[in-house]
Design a protein around this ligand. Structure first.
Ligand SMILES: [Zn+2]
Length: 253
C-alpha cells in the first residue's frame, strides 16, 4: 500500500512505496568489464531534500475511489483517486509520461464525481441472442425489431439510480451494467403479450427470464469523470452533498 505525502508549500505529492529504496543498476560505458554498478536509490529522501524546510503532511486515500477513463488494460492510462488531509479534499492524478517510466502524480484541489452520459440496451446482442435461441420456429424480423423497440420504450421510464448494479465483465471502468427493476420487468412482459402470441410468447417470456439477471438484457450505463476543482491554492472545502453523492455512488459499486 502506497503512502502519500504532500508538500504543503509546493502542492507536490509523493507516493512512498516499498520499492523506493531498491537500488537501480546503471550501465557504465567506461568500464566494459564491469558493465553495471549499483546506484543507491532513495526517491523519498530526494523528495524530502527537494522540499527541505517545507511543511509536509500525509494524505489519506479514499478506499476504492480510483477511476480511469481508459480501459483497464491500457498501460498509459490516467487514473484519479480521492485523498484528504482531514480538512480538504484532493484528487490525485496518476499518469505516466512514457511507458517505461514509473508513475507520476499530480495533486489537484477538489473532488470528482461520475456523470451519466448514456443508459442504453444492448440491441445487437439482444437480436443475435434471440435469433440463436428462438429457432423453432424462428422469430420474424418485425418481431425482433418490435421487441428491441419495446424494451427501448421500457428503458425510457427507468431511473438509473434505482437500478441494481451487477458484477459483469467490462473492459472499461466507466461502463457499468445494471439489471432492470421489477416494475420494468412486469411492464415488459405485459407488453410482450400484444407482440407475441402462443408459443412465441412462451419463448420470449423464458428468454426474458434467462437474460434479465446476467445476460443480454442488462442495461449498459456509460459515465464520464467530472473533476470539480476548488480554486487552486485556496483552502476551500467542497459542498458536503457532492461528497455524499460520490460516496453513495462508490458504495453502490
Ligand atoms: Zn515543497
Amino acid at each position: 500500500m502506497n503512502q502519500y505525502i504532500r508538500c504543503i508549500t509546493c502542492d507536490a505529492v509523493f507516493a512512498k512505496t516499498l520499492f523506493d529504496q531498491c537500488p537501480e543498476y546503471e550501465s557504465m560505458s567506461e568500464k566494459p568489464s564491469d558493465p553495471f554498478r549499483e546506484v543507491e536509490k532513495d526517491d523519498f529522501k530526494d523528495f524530502m531534500k527537494e522540499h527541505r524546510g517545507h511543511p509536509v503532511e500525509p494524505l489519506q486515500i479514499l478506499e476504492e475511489s480510483m477511476v480511469s477513463d481508459q480501459p483497464y488494460a491500457e498501460p498509459m492510462k490516467v487514473s484519479y483517486f480521492k485523498a484528504t488531509n482531514g480538512k480538504e479534499h484532493f484528487i490525485i492524478k496518476r499518469f505516466r509520461r512514457r511507458i517505461e517510466e514509473p508513475f507520476s502524480y499530480q495533486l489537484i484541489h477538489g473532488d470528482y464525481f461520475l456523470q451519466l452520459v448514456q443508459l442504453d440496451l444492448q440491441a445487437d446482442e439482444i437480436r443475435k441472442q434471440l435469433q440463436w435461441e428462438v429457432d423453432s420456429p424462428p422469430l420474424k424480423e418485425e418481431q425482433l425489431e418490435g421487441f428491441v423497440e419495446l424494451y427501448r420504450h421500457v428503458l425510457k421510464k427507468m431511473d438509473v439510480n434505482r437500478l441494481e448494479r451487477v458484477a459483469y465483465e467490462s473492459s472499461h471502468p466507466l461502463e457499468i451494467y445494471y439489471k432492470m427493476d421489477e416494475v420494468s420487468l412486469f411492464y415488459l412482459l405485459r407488453n410482450c403479450r400484444s407482440l407475441f402470441k402462443g408459443d412465441d410468447y412462451r419463448a420470449i417470456e423464458s428468454f426474458i427470464h434467462r437474460h434479465k439477471e446476467d445476460g443480454v438484457l442488462l442495461l449498459k450505463a456509460t459515465y464520464q469523470i467530472q473533476l470539480v476543482q476548488s480554486h487552486s491554492g485556496q483552502k476551500e472545502s467542497l459542498s458536503p452533498t457532492r461528497i455524499l453523492e460520490a460516496k453513495r455512488f462508490l458504495e453502490k459499486k
